[in-house]
Design a binder for this molecule. Structure first.
Ligand SMILES: *Cc1c(COP(=O)(O)O)cnc(C)c1O
Length: 384
């Protein structure tokens, strides 16, 4: 049996088109894109073309794209960069309880620099309202950071409505769109954002690549100092092949967003229907409608998510357990806790994320294996 991959929320495989163009780039252009000789300019041409492609895909202009090493760096640059630049205008930041750690911990790190952070609670579906954002604003607020879609439970936030109210108040708006891009159609103007983070490896692009959209006129204090690349906001010799790979992955993801959304939503709904009717004793985590098309986060009664994950792994099937288990630390997910789930419920959660290459027969095989695994694990529970 070939292995099955249902962990696209963690990372995705490279698409063939991306692998090919990266290989060609490495072969044809090793020179530094900052060099003025012909070889360097050939590399610079590739970077410029990639920048145009990335900008077009987001409805932005080339000068608004800063290439980074990934979603984590983009989030850090947006938040630290904006806060430090505006520190004399105000020192209050608003974010939400279910952000990725690269947003949440970055915001909290600013407390040591004299900033205060309001962390908005979410409802039981993981949703915040524009009204909540509005009520949290003070004359000192300089920045709001709200993720477009959550990586664990898939809930999609009302970004355009929040953008509208912040624009009217001249407060900077950052969104972490690492999970949303290629899954929800948008442009930076539709959403009214000033700063937007994209990561390459969540959209079938290369790991270690990303970009930050920085709206024209928005100023940031850089995190790094060096040779002045990326308008001084992200110095360091450019990763030519990585930038090309990221931009092609982004262009493909955005061009195909409508068809992939429809296809994955159908597969995901088929999976969820079969799990409910054929296995049962299961609850959905996340918003029933306002959710990413490829995400299914569920809790099986009486069974730990990690046990399910490990058993499925024996069948060659990769999924993710909802509990954040990093560096040996076993803690319930901060996202599920913020949604009001008990620690026990959080430990039961399982995240299944479909991807570009997922087929119907893969989903059907997953259901069959899940049925066996859940039946087996429940048979071990005393009193069954
Ligand atoms: C994966 C992820 C990140 C981090 O991106 P990297 O490219 O892995 O650094 C940030 N935010 C969200 C929502 C993510 O899913």
């Amino acid at each position: 049996m070939n292995p099955l991959y249902f962990d696209h929320g963690a990372t995705t495989p490279l698409r063939d088109e991306v692998r090919t163009i990266m290989a060609n780039t490495w072969e044809e252009t090793f020179a530094n894109p900052g060099s003025l000789h012909d070889d360097g300019q050939k590399a610079a041409d590739r970077v410029n073309a990639a920048r145009r492609l990335a900008a077009q895909s987001l409805g932005a202009s080339s000068r608004e794209i800063i290439f980074t090493s990934g979603g984590t760096e983009s989030n850090n640059l947006a938040i630290l960069g904006a806060a430090r630049y505006l520190r004399n205008r105000g020192r209050h930041i608003v974010t939400t309880a279910i952000e990725h750690p690269s947003v949440l911990q970055t915001c909290h790190s600013l407390e040591a620099e004299g900033f205060s952070v309001t962390v908005l609670p979410v409802d039981r579906h993981g949703l915040i309202t524009p009204k909540q954002v509005e009520s949290a604003l003070t004359p000192d607020t300089i920045l709001v950071s709200v993720m477009a879609a959550n990586n664990e439970v898939g809930t999609i936030q009302p970004i355009a409505a929040i953008g509208q109210l912040l624009r009217a108040r001249n407060i900077l708006f950052h969104t972490d769109a690492v999970q949303a891009v290629g899954k929800i159609p948008f442009t930076v103007d539709d959403w009214g954002v000033d700063l937007l983070s994209v990561g390459g490896h969540k959209i079938n692009g290369p790991k270690g690549t990303g970009l930050l959209y920085v709206r024209k006129g928005v100023r940031l204090t850089p995190l790094l100092y060096g040779g002045g690349q990326e308008r001084g906001l992200r110095p360091g010799t450019l990763n030519t092949a990585g930038i090309v790979g990221l931009s092609v992955a982004l262009q493909l993801a955005v061009a195909e967003v409508e068809s992939i959304r429809k296809r994955l939503e159908q597969l995901r709904n088929h999976l969820w229907n079969r799990i409910q009717t054929e296995i049962g004793g299961v609850t959905l985590n996340g918003h029933p409608q306002q959710r990413l098309p490829h995400n299914l986060n569920i809790s099986f009664d009486r069974v730990e998510g990690q046990a399910v994950m490990l058993e499925l792994n024996r069948y060659g099937i990769a999924v993710s357990s909802g509990s954040a288990c990093s560096a040996g630390k076993h803690a319930p997910s901060h996202v599920l806790s913020a949604m009001g789930r008990s620690a026990e419920e959080a430990y039961q959660s399982l995240r299944i994320t479909l991807g570009w290459e997922t087929q119907l027969e893969d989903v059907d095989r997953l259901v069959k294996c899940l049925e066996e695994v859940i039946g087996y694990l429940r048979s071990l529970v005393p009193g069954e």
